[in-house]
Design a protein around this ligand. Sequence first.
Ligand code: FNR
Length: 420
Amino acid sequence: MKRRLFTKLLALGAGSSGFAQLAAEETDGQKTDREPDELAQADSKSDNSAGGLDSPQDMPEPVTVADFVPIAKDKLPNATFEYIATGSGEEVTLRDNVEAFRRIRVVPPLMHGVSDCDLSTTVLNQPISMPILLAPVAALRMYHPQGAIATARAAAAAGTLFAVSSSAGSSAEEVASAAKGPKWFQLYVPKDKAVAKRLVQRVEKAGFQAIVVTVDLGEWKDADRRNRFSVPKEMLLKHLRDVGYTHLKDDISDDDLNAFNLRAWDLSLSWDFFKWLRSVTKLPLLIKGVLRPEDAKKAVSLGLDGIIVSNHGGRRLDGMPATIDALPEIAKTVDGRIDILMDGGIRRGTDILKALALGAKAVLIGRPYAWALAADGEAGVKRVLDLLKEELQNAMVTSGCATVADVDNSLLTAESLMRL
Ligand code: FNR
């Protein structure tokens, strides 16, 4: 059956006018014939991770993040799979996010007497079971019918924090009532300030513990343009109503809905926005998308509560540095005044160890849990969190770190530190 699909919901790349023409007829739920080389590009090891097995039924239970990739690929329409896996431009930044971790070497001390470790920590004073959070990811209901609800439950079961995208596909209230675990709300800013204010107040009332403002706006991915990736009308309509554009009617035409979506968001944020946001909420505020030390400094001077070093998982401007390369200078500039988190390219427990060693209080994962959600819903997300937790535990014990606070850059080779 054919149905009308819609321009990409936002990821706020949808703000660029070229996308307006891309709403197109597609065959619902069917994969395209084209064989993508996305895994080689997203993570060069992923294609091999199934060990030559042909179908997911033959596959053993995943034991690494990469093991989820072929399962997700099998379950999702190609356009949706590529929406998750690919990056912008020639995917230099996407690859570098992963490879930059591989260039950093760890030299663990010997005879340290550590055989167990405690991963618990805090972010913005919020206790969590481990320094691994779920990053905001859009359109989760396209990967699994339970979308953000399943994700919230898995995060709560793992004792960690879920930063829910305003484009996740479920309202703030729906996600809040799905599970009691700690949650942050990632805000894409409605252009209508009355709508934006009401949304922030609803988020506060629903019990979210902080607001993450993503400021690196505008995804631009060849794969999505080639695939004419888009979000079904029903999801786009729900999304816009969920953030507060409640006047939109079911019978709105495709073109009108698309056009409305393109003008519904504030794509021209400046630092003044945080003053406004501070005036309408008492919740702690984080800025997501920081890569320059000067911007980190500005965030501290404005009284923000946290910084997320991020290049949007290599989905925005290709050629931006790997986030792990950007982290050390930012950590030096911030000098412990506020919490720094990072995301981008985390695929292994050793990646997390390196990020902590270079100044991150915790990391966030995006694609790893999107793949796991597609593969096995709530159980998949819980499993990927457990796997990364076990890998981090192993890395910490091997490095003689009994607590997260013990992880520092003395674990890294001088050569690795010099290169950063
Ligand atoms: C994202 N990301 C993202 N970020 C954000 O602030 N709001 C959003 O709605 C989305 N949507 C989104 C969709 C998909 C499919 C992906 C993969 C990513 C970026 C995300 O929060 C995070 O910065 C990256 O995913 C981190 O990189 P890794 O872990 O995917 O390598």
